[in-house]
Design a binder for this molecule. Structure first.
Ligand code: GLN
Length: 524
């Protein structure tokens, strides 16, 4: 049951081989078995929690999902991994949550994350770090002091899906926070075009780049969830009507990539990329070529500025977004009451970690009268150049005015871009913590950030295991609203890669070491 796909679950339910409550219970059991991985902040112990009654019989009916803890959930803790919101229970649901409940899917819990989604390892949460389930150290010794990081900032969701706690999960991707943990944890991670999924109820990090994004165990599952969530929402003025966008991967879906124009962006071969990641990238390009795709080298000359550009634009938006947490309306309030200003200051110092506070500080610095021209306006211009790089390779098209899925007559050099998601497999926790948050983010987001700056869709596909037996992933990027195309290319790669799920992998490993119990039970 744990590793079944959404279509198979739906079929079992229709044949009465299982029930919604059995599926819910089995998810709960798995959450208990994998508790030491710290993927959940809150577990919905009762089925039907928050359930909406007018559900139709949809393919998602009965499936279980979890949400990153920065999605508002009515009456359910929504902490953002922070002390500031440790006791916060929203009074409304995020649009994505309402949509999923309306389609009969069951919320199983809220996932651990880096505080306010600022990070790339899921190690900066007041609830402690998330552990990568593929890590052999975690497998053999759950109390081990070292393990491989899950990636971040949405690491809890990636772990929940990789371990079979739920069928899919939603994270938020502002610079790579879904694709990065998806790559480290061996699952599919889909960041759609900006605006395709409503952000209403997602506590913002960087409004102009935040994308509700999907973790799933297969490309087909990710497509089903995207199809359910996409569309205009009156509560989010940046959301987009998308009725014409056909996102459908049925069982007989054509995954032929013959004639597909695949670009290899040369700037993605960055310093520090491990040889095995380079080899995997080459292997993937060969697979496309052998199947009849046209593979060419392309250039995104401004991509190298995406990190620095993000640090300015991102922190500016952070400074503005975080202003709402003043200890008055909701969130943590300090006991200091000498003056209102003292109360504000101390509440914010106590409620936010160093990373959040330093980003607020630098964001305000970039906005100072003397600096705004030098930093903020310049970074906006660079953002436009990065976007233009994508438009050049994909062919100019009418941005954000339509999302007609038929982009076959575009004049671009390529249809999709192929590059690794991250430069290596998941680092050890002990190594990861030797660097500060900013340096880590710069390394971790170097291949993912530009897609958020430009608003284009991108997906991580697990491809193979590294020498450390850790997953490594490949990223496919497309033009705005080309989700059908990148999903098709991803489905092709998924088929040739035949990447095992966690259960298959550990069963094989255990078979060779003569162990007898299924591994996910041993891990508990
Ligand atoms: N690592 C980046 C940061 O810390 C991106 C985070 C994200 O995508 N939420 O800001």
């Amino acid at each position: 049951m744990h590793f079944k796909g959404i279509r198979a679950i739906s079929r079992s339910l229709q044949k009465n081989e299982t029930s919604k409550s059995d599926i819910f219970k089995s998810s709960l059991t798995r959450i208990d078995e994998t508790k030491h991985l710290n993927a959940f902040i809150t577990v919905a112990r009762k089925a039907g929690n928050n359930e909406v009654t007018n559900q139709k019989n949809h393919i998602l009916t009965g499936t279980t999902f979890s949400l990153k803890d920065n999605y508002s959930s009515e009456g359910i803790l929504t902490t953002c991994g922070s002390k500031m919101l440790a006791n916060y229970k929203p009074t409304y649901n995020a649009t994505v949550l309402n949509k999923l409940l309306n389609h009969g899917s069951q919320l199983i819990g809220k996932n651990n994350m880096d505080e306010f989604a600022m990070g790339s390892g899921s190690i900066e949460s007041i609830y402690g770090p998330v552990k990568n389930p593929w890590s052999p150290d975690v497998l053999l010794n759950p109390s081990s002091k070292d393990w491989r990081v899950a990636g971040g900032s949405s690491g809890g969701g990636a772990v929940a899906v990789a371990t079979g706690c739920c069928h899919f999960a939603l994270g938020s991707d502002t610079g790579g926070s879904v694709r990065n943990p998806a790559s480290y944890c061996g699952v599919v991670g889909l960041k759609p075009t900006y605006g395709l999924i409503s952000r209403h109820g997602l506590i913002p990090l960087v409004n102009s780049m935040d994308c509700p994004s999907i973790f799933a165990r297969s490309v087909e599952d990710a497509a089903i969830v995207l199809d359910t969530l996409k569309g205009r929402d009156i509560m989010d003025s940046t959301s987009i009507e998308s009725k014409k966008l056909k996102i459908c991967l049925n069982e007989n879906y054509d995954i032929s990539v013959k004639g597909l124009k695949v670009g290899i962006p040369k700037e993605c071969l960055v310093h520090g990329m491990s040889q095995e990641v380079v080899d995997m990238w080459r292997w993937a390009a060969d697979q496309f070529e052998n199947a009849g795709a046209e593979v060419t080298l392309v250039s995104l000359p401004h991509m190298k500025y995406s990190i620095i550009c993000y640090h300015i634009l991102g922190n500016v938006e952070v400074a503005s977004n975080m202003a709402r947490f003043d200890g008055l309306k909701y969130g943590h309030r300090s006991s200091i009451n000498e003056s209102t200003y003292a109360m504000y200051a101390v509440s914010r110092r106590e409620g936010f970690n160093d990373t959040v506070r330093s980003r607020i500080l630098s964001g305000n610095y970039f906005l100072l009268k003397d600096n705004i021209e030098k930093y903020f306006y310049k970074a906006q211009k660079v953002r436009r150049l990065i976007l233009k790089d994508y438009q050049k390779v994909f062919g100019a098209h009418n941005l954000y005015t339509s999302c007609d899925s038929d982009d076959s007559n575009s004049s671009g050099i390529c249809d999709v871009l192929l590059a690794p998601t991250v430069i290596s497999d998941a680092p050890l926790y002990s190594e990861f913590i030797t660097e500060d948050n900013r340096t880590r983010s710069a390394e971790q987001d170097v291949l993912t950030q530009a897609a958020n700056i430009a608003g284009v869709p991108a997906i991580n596909i697990p491809t193979r295991l590294s020498r450390n037996n850790m997953p490594i992933g490949l990223q496919i990027t497309g033009r705005h609203f080309s989700e059908p195309k990148i999903l098709k290319a991803a489905a092709f790669l998924e088929k040739v890669a035949q990447f095992p799920n966690l259960e298959q992998h550990f069963t094989t490993q255990l078979d060779s070491s003569n162990a007898s119990k299924p591994i996910l039970q041993q891990m508990s």
